[in-house]
Design a protein around this ligand. Structure first.
Ligand SMILES: [Zn+2]
Ligand SMILES: [Zn+2]
Length: 209
């Protein structure tokens, strides 16, 4: 079984990118991953845009192989190309306020102050979506190399019923995302394979719900 792009036959699947449900009949992207509970593969579902942003490389291949109609195909392909060029951009999952001052920013390495705006990172490995620390919102561009589509992504993943963000907060997030992209600080190296959380034992795996 390979990856699929298909209309959702029911409204029961949930997107692993934005955590929202995928409506019946809406197009969805299924990434085939090794089944943790037995033989064969399982499918992880995403909205097309969420798949393009969070699983750029496999999504780009699936989109290219898919012959059916895909709304906004060119835009999705462009988004996926950003993630192929900047793998860390795919890890930017959702915006939140730091509930404590204990986690370090994966870009600038400073502690992220309590109540500061931050972005939670997630990494997908072997079919598992794992928390991978945090960055200041203002550090997101420098960390990831791109902020293309990011405000819209964060609005999708971070404005659910549990969110307490006000319109002013979103203005602040938009402004911080506009921070200039700088080179990585010394010591961060030029790793692109995601080997950058090992020294981050001070960061709780996930301290919010
Ligand atoms: Zn989604
Ligand atoms: Zn930072």
């Amino acid at each position: 079984m390979g990856d699929v792009i298909e209309p959702a036959p029911s409204g029961r699947s949930k997107c692993r990118g934005c955590q929202r449900k995928i409506d019946k009949g809406e197009l969805r992207y299924g990434e085939a991953v090794p089944n943790a509970f037995g033989a064969g593969d399982a499918l992880h579902w995403y909205h097309p845009r969420c798949g393009a942003e969070r699983r750029s490389e496999p999504f780009a291949a699936a989109l290219e192989a898919h012959e059916g109609d895909v709304p906004e195909r060119a835009e999705l392909a462009e988004l996926a190309a950003v993630g192929v060029a900047h793998p860390r951009w795919c890890r930017l999952a959702r915006a939140e306020r730091a509930p404590s001052g204990r986690a370090r920013c994966q870009h600038c390495r400073d502690l992220i102050e309590k109540d500061a705006l931050r972005i939670a990172l997630e990494r997908v490995e072997d079919g598992m979506t794992n928390p991978a620390g945090f960055v200041h919102v203002r550090c997101a561009g420098s960390y990831a190399g791109s902020t293309v589509g990011l405000l819209e992504r964060l609005r999708r993943s971070s404005s659910g019923p549990k969110s307490t963000f006000t319109p002013d907060d979103w203005d602040a997030i938009a402004q911080e995302l506009d921070a200039p992209i700088t080179e990585s600080p010394a010591g961060d190296g030029d790793d692109t394979d995601g080997d950058d959380t090992d020294d981050d034992e001070s960061a709780p795996a996930r301290d919010t719900d």
